[in-house]
Design a protein around this ligand. Structure first.
Ligand SMILES: Nc1ncnc2c1ncn2[C@@H]1O[C@H](COP(=O)(O)OP(=O)(O)OP(=O)(O)O)[C@@H](O)[C@H]1O
Ligand SMILES: [Mg+2]
Length: 411
């Protein structure tokens, strides 16, 4: 088995008995944390009592499977087996429970357990209650916890209450992207270019830093293109997908539609057209404006397939559906992924030169330039939403592209 020098160092800690009660593998993306931590976990379990219970958990069972269980199976073959439906596995003959940590009942599921060991994938995504309960269940003598995480806000409970807490018996092992010598140089360079600002500091350098200043730090005039330039680009590289995001106005907010498109291989994301109305005269006028927008854009961009709408207004969605029935454009609920997931996606596209807005979309441009992190809320990453900046156009834009995360990014 080949290990990077950094991974060798970590392995040595296991061999010479330097592990502690809590062992946290923290740092940049793709830095080899999961790989070495699951190997060390497997070795440690193999050398621990056979009749005790062990637990492996991730934000959800699906992410646990993708990030850890499948790679571990590939590595260990017959020494590891598991069943997601039974939520159980067997690792070197030891019983391993499997649990998702993000849902509300997760905590109650582990309440009665007595554990010898636990493995946690992506710890900052866990509920704090679940983790506190988990620690109380790790009650066997010599019990250990192995966890991986990327850095987050320095006020995150993982940092504040554990990593920075001298009273906790904890070992932290830090990894940076350059520690992973197994990644192709080109891939590492591309990855570094995909992050900017606070995300670069966290995901590339591995630092716990707060988000401040402009949300879309790297958005500049280079991302804004004139209609003729847009046309030229699209004639060279045709759009393969196009969709509309819809956010409705309410008290003081605007109604916004944003049309986006992606070219072959989901290489670039384009903002093609927008609608913005702060007056919100009536539901009827909104419905007819939506239907006009869809008809006009469908004739310009025949691959336009769907509109994704804020799911808060099911009645309006029904009316929208009816109004555009004949165009073939489907009207669906937006996924509404966490705001910071959407921000992260867009920032990665901006930083790597894959995001372009038509100069005919001044509202989207103004919204991207004006978005800032909330300074009164430095303990969490919160995009300011107090009516002073245009969040409606951003929501609509995000609803239009958020579902293509897998297609835009390889990981
Ligand atoms: N020793 C190794 N031998 C071969 N491949 C490795 C090794 N260490 C890591 N890799 C590969 O490098 C990639 C990144 O490693 P890993 O998934 O462990 O990173 P990570 O730090 O957990 O990243 P993330 O924060 O994104 O979850 C994976 O594809 C993994 O298989
Ligand atoms: Mg990982």
């Amino acid at each position: 088995m080949m290990l990077s020098p950094k991974q060798e160092q970590a392995m040595l800690l296991l061999k010479n008995g330097s592990l502690r009660r809590l062992n946290i593998f923290e740092g940049s993306v793709r830095s080899g944390k999961t790989h070495i931590s699951m190997i060390m976990w497997a070795f440690w379990v193999a050398g621990s009592p056979k009749d005790k219970a062990y637990l492996m958990s991730g934000k959800t069972l699906t992410t646990l499977k993708r990030n850890v269980l499948e790679p571990l199976k590939a590595l260990l073959g017959d020494c590891f087996s598991y069943s997601l439906s039974k939520k159980e596995g067997e690792l070197f003959g030891r019983r391993v429970y499997l649990e998702g940590a993000a849902n509300a009942e997760a905590e109650s599921k582990i309440r009665g357990m007595t554990l010898m060991g636990a493995y946690c994938d992506e710890l900052t995504l866990f509920g704090e209650d679940f983790f506190v309960m988990l620690l109380s269940r790790l009650s066997e003598k010599g019990a250990k916890l192995f966890a991986t995480t990327n850095p987050d806000n320095p006020s995150h409970w993982v940092k504040r209450d554990y990593l920075d807490n001298p009273r906790v018996e904890l070992l932290s092992i830090r990894f940076t992207l350059d520690d992973n010598v197994f990644l192709p140089k080109k891939y590492v360079e591309a990855l570094k270019n995909e992050f900017c600002g606070v995300f670069y500091e966290r995901f590339i350098l591995g630092h716990w830093v707060a988000a401040e200043g402009r949300v879309y730090d790297s958005f500049s005039s280079e991302n804004i293109i004139l209609a003729e330039e847009l046309e030229r680009r699209l004639s060279e590289n045709k759009l393969i997908v196009s969709s509309i995001g819809v956010d409705y106005g309410g008290n003081g907010s605007a109604s916004a539609f944003v049309l986006v498109g992606a070219d072959a291989g989901f290489r670039n994301l384009y903002v093609l057209s927008e609608y913005y109305d702060k007056r919100n005269r009536s539901a009827e006028s909104l419905i007819s404006n939506f239907s006009e927008f869809v008809e006009r854009e469908k004739s310009r961009f025949p691959m336009l397939q769907a509109a994704y709408c804020d799911s808060a207004e099911q009645l309006l969605i029904k009316s929208f559906r009816k109004a555009v029935r004949t165009t073939g454009v489907e009207v669906k609920n937006a996924l509404k992924k966490p705001i910071n997931t959407r921000i992260n996606m867009l920032n990665r596209l901006i930083s790597s030169g894959r995001f372009f807005v038509s100069s005919e979309c001044p509202r989207v441009i103004e919204a991207l330039q004006g978005a800032v992190w909330d300074e009164r809320n430095v303990h969490k990453d919160v995009r300011l939403d107090d009516g002073t900046s245009n969040i409606d156009s951003l929501d609509a834009l995000e609803y239009a592209f958020e579902r293509f995360e897998r297609q835009f990014f390889r990981f």
